[in-house]
Design a binder for this molecule. Structure first.
Ligand SMILES: [Zn+2]
Length: 326
């Protein structure tokens, strides 16, 4: 009791002094979502009270600041292969540069058995895999425009993860690689939804990741969905948060049906679980009028389709779909 009164009394003179100084000119502040992240963690940079759009660089890449409620934000990845220790976020325009300290945490090791053709690649398949990888990387490069999302990111399915991001996998005792996404439990044929608004930048049947859809969300962010049984969008399509982009399958190098979600943030893959925790505060979507029009048309076409489906359901009561849950 006494302590609290004392503290309050002590605070009063300070407030009075601040008041006397008149309305203080707000200094820009820089906040990082994490200063001690691990490899593969995303970091959200939030700048408030900046007079103009901030500029900066990290890991040799230009930060893509976008207008957010109350300031500007940009996201980057702590590179997977970067050694633990300091990493500098260089900011310009009177903003103080920031240093993060990359933690030395290890990813778990696992052994995975798959059919041998997925591990000991023939020269032709090696070539195909390289081409697939190049196409996927190239599609991530298309995410460098302004943000297309206005709301928080949402999981593509409502199920539990079965395999974490970053895990070091050894396939058939020989091929070793990081797991560059997160696996989510899902039944064959289940709907997979876009984690936010964006543009479909890749629809491709690949060898290792199987049928792949990549959605660019802008601001350097892209989401990739692997091993689909069906790809239900086309390159160039604008999608909403929650638009069904495909169905769960087991195409490519898998041990069973599941959804593999990869999230790319500016310069590398990031842990989706950490990414979904970031407090993005984007402003009104900067979609062009033409993009808005085509999005509106796509939406009304989808609504018409839904109406037709509902009509069918009323009369036929989902005939032949006995076991579809959720
Ligand atoms: Zn996976």
């Amino acid at each position: 009791m006494t302590m609290r009164f004392t503290a309050r009394a002590a605070a009063l003179p300070l407030l009075a002094i601040a008041g006397l100084a008149g309305p203080a000119r707000a200094q820009p502040t820089v906040k990082l979502s994490s200063v001690r992240p691990g490899n593969g963690d995303p970091v959200l940079v939030t700048v408030t009270d900046a007079k103009s759009r901030p500029k900066g660089k990290v890991d040799g890449k230009q930060l893509l600041f976008f207008e957010s409620r109350g300031g500007y934000q940009a996201v980057f990845a702590v590179p997977l292969e970067r050694k633990p220790g300091p990493l500098t976020v260089t900011l310009r325009g009177g903003l103080p540069s920031q240093t993060i300290d990359i933690l030395d945490d290890k990813f778990p090791e696992t052994q995975v058995q798959v059919p041998d053709e997925f591990v000991n690649l023939t020269p032709e398949l090696r070539k195909r895999v390289d081409e697939d990888n190049r196409a996927i990387r190239k599609s991530f490069g298309k995410a460098n425009g302004p943000p297309q999302f206005r709301r928080a990111f949402q999981w593509p399915v409502t199920s539990l993860p079965t395999s974490p991001f970053g895990e070091m996998r050894t396939f058939n005792g020989v091929a070793r690689s990081h797991h560059l996404g997160m696996d989510l439990a899902s039944r064959e044929g289940a709907k997979i939804r876009s984690i936010n608004e964006g543009t479909v930048v890749l629809v491709r049947d690949c060898f290792l990741p199987g049928k792949v859809v990549v959605v660019s969300h802008g601001a350097g962010i892209a989401s990739a969905y692997f091993h689909l049984s069906e790809m239900l969008v086309a390159e160039g399509d604008l999608v909403e948060r929650g638009t069904i982009i495909g169905r769960t399958g087991q195409t490519g190098r898998v041990t069973g049906p599941h959804v593999h979600l990869s999230v790319w943030a500016l310069n590398d893959f990031v842990d989706p679980a950490e990414f979904f925790r970031l407090a993005f505060l984007p402003r009104e979507s900067p979609l062009t009028p033409a993009a808005r029009k085509s999005a509106a048309e796509a939406k009304s076409a989808a609504a018409d389709k839904q109406k037709d489906r509902d009509k069918g359901k009323d009369s036929g009561k989902s005939a032949g779909r006995g076991k579809s849950g959720k």
